[in-house]
Every structure is written in C-alpha cells, then in structure tokens.
Design a protein around this ligand. Structure first.
Ligand code: GZL
Length: 334
C-alpha cells in the first residue's frame, strides 16, 4: 500500500508542480508589460492610431516614423487616415474603443471638440496619448501625455530671425502670412509666437493673414490672392514648408524672385523645403520634427504597463539659414 502510496506520491507531486507552472505561465502572460492584445487575442500591444491625413511632406514623414517604430517595437498597429476631418478621427477613436485596443494615440486635427470621445476612452479604461498636436480640453486626465513640438517657440524663432534680418530696413516691411489649418494648435501657436516676436519692431507689419490648410495647393491659391491684392509684399511667413513651396509658384508667375524680392520664412524643414532654402528660394526655416514614432512606442509601453509618464514631452528642434541647409541636406532623414 505504502509502495502504492509511494508510487502515487511522485505522480501527485508532478501534477501539483505542473499545475503551479501552468498557473504561473498564465499569470505571466496576462500581466506582462508587453502583453495585452486587446480583443485580438495575441500578446502584442495593440495601438490604435488616428492620423490627421496626408496633407504635407511633414505628415508623410510622421506617418512613416510611426509605422516603422510600431513594427520595430512588435506592436499590432491599427492606423487610420482621417483626411483632415475631425469627424473621421472621432469615428476611428470610437472604433478603437469598441475593439478594446490597449492604447489609443492621435494627432488632433484641431484643438477643440474632443472631450466627449476622450471621456469615452477613459471610461473604457483605454489610455490616450496625444502626438504632434494638442487639444484644449480643460480636463487633463483625459489623456496621459502630449508628445510633440513647442509651436509658439517655432513662430517666435521665425519672428526673431526676421527682426534681426530687417533691422536696417527703412520704411514699412509688409508681411503676408499663410496660416496652417484653421483651429489647429500649430496654426494658432505659430501665429501667436511670430506676432509676439515681430512686435519688437513697428516697421514689421502683417498686412494679410489667411489659411492655406498646410497644403501646397492652398499655399499657391492664397499667395495668388495676396499678390493680386497687395502690390508691395516684402515677406512671406508660411506656417509650413508645403504652403511655402506652393507659394513659390505664384511668386514666380507674378514675375518676382522668391528669396530676394520676397523674403520667405517657413516651418518644418522637410527635404523639399530644405532644398528650396539651399537654392536661395527660402531664407529661413524653423524645424519641426515629425520623427515621433520611437518615443511614441516607448510611451505606449509605459502607459500600458500603468507607469507614470511626464504630462508633456517636447521634441528637440533647431533652425536653418541658407548656408546651414546646404550643410545639413545630405544627412536629412526626411
Ligand atoms: C506640426 C504639424 C503640422 C506641420 C505641417 O507638428 O502638425 O501639420 O507643420 C503638417 O506640415 O501638415
């Protein structure tokens, strides 16, 4: 009998050990900081991303950075292009909530109108990360963090360069401004920063300011209107390279020399903009980095694991003159 018991005992011990190991492995899978998988059932972190659209070279570089970084991090990425429409972004975020993704990230096309859908995500227990653009929600608990640029600083650096560039000018310096998408954080903030900086010199006057929606077509169309309405334009301040590049076509068609007859300042520093700067068609660019992918994935891992993250993480950026663009161009990643 004892032998029987003895013969039974090892089997029971093995069964008990197997049960413990099995329980441990299940627990590890469910709680691992890289586990998750939402409804997809796999153990990858599932990130739902709503992108503004594909309106500019900056946006294309930003999308590439996010997709490449998600693949590198082993995430399952659900990606939606909202074609610059807020209702499409809200629809995408609601889809991600229904699919029970692990983390939601998005670049809000405009600052306002997000509280309802962000509260739905919060009630569903899904952390949200803002990338690139900010929202004006008073309730900061609706998202975990903001990763992106200081747009006011980009506008301010642009204005400060112009103040220095035109300090010896006599008489009024007439400026036209191509604003980004109406209601967007970069448009609001760049306009604010630029205006604050040029207030240092009363000669510098913004005689016209209108949205070109961050696109080349928009920049060309609005610049054509500016040129028809204003015989003396000394400076163009465009909130992004793409609108500046569109404006180049209108300026040359009007028989003026860009970079000489009209001083051109833009923001982003994407390859085509840097080429125009190196070629002397632009005069100054304030950089706005689109390469947010790797930092976004690190943040997504942390918020998914329930770790605290800083409420705002700003990207490192610089500025370029024509000479600096010539030096930097060969090594530009985007
Ligand atoms: C800025 C980004 C802006 C770029 C534009 O972070 O939101 O949107 O400056 C892009 O080129 O369209």
């Amino acid at each position: 009998m004892r032998n029987m018991r003895m013969s039974l005992a090892p089997r029971r011990a093995v069964a008990a050990l197997a049960a413990v190991l099995l329980a441990g492995s299940v627990a590890a899978c469910g709680n691992s900081d890289t586990g998750g998988g939402g409804d997809s059932g796999n153990d990858k972190i599932v990130l739902g991303f709503s992108q503004v659209g594909a309106e500019s070279g900056w946006r294309t570089a930003n999308t590439n950075s996010i997709k490449e970084a998600a693949a590198e991090a082993g995430f399952e990425l659900k990606f939606d292009d909202a074609q610059q429409k807020q209702e499409n972004q809200i629809k995408a975020i609601r889809n991600y909530i229904q699919q029970k993704v692990d983390v939601i990230a998005f670049s809000p096309v405009v600052e306002s109108g997000w509280d309802t859908v962000l509260k739905e995500a919060k009630d569903a227990g899904i952390p949200v990360i803002l990338t690139d653009r900010a929202v004006d929600s008073a309730d900061k608990s609706l998202y975990k963090t903001f990763l992106g640029s200081d747009f006011v600083k980009e506008g301010r650096l642009s204005g400060e360069w112009l103040v220095e560039e035109k300090k010896a000018a006599t008489g009024d310096v007439n400026i036209v401004e191509l604003q980004g998408t109406t209601g967007s954080a970069p448009a609001n903030d760049r306009k604010q920063g630029f205006a604050e900086a040029i207030a240092a010199d009363p000669k510098l006057k913004v005689i016209a300011s209108q949205s070109g929606d961050f696109t080349r077509a928009g920049g060309k169309q609005v610049m054509e209107q500016f040129l028809k309405a204003h015989p003396k334009i000394d400076v163009l301040f465009a909130h992004n390279d793409d609108m500046g590049l569109g404006a180049l076509e209108a300026i040359t068609a009007a028989g003026k020399v860009p970079g000489k007859d009209i001083t051109i300042i833009t923001i982003d520093a994407v390859k085509d903009g840097m080429q125009a700067l190196a070629d002397g068609k632009f005069n100054f660019i304030a950089e706005c980095s689109p390469l947010l992918g790797p930092q976004l994935m690190e943040l997504a891992k942390k918020v998914h694991a329930g770790e605290e993250v800083a409420p705002r993480i700003e990207t490192e950026e610089t500025t370029f003159t024509q000479e600096q663009a010539k030096e930097a161009l060969p090594n530009r990643k985007y």
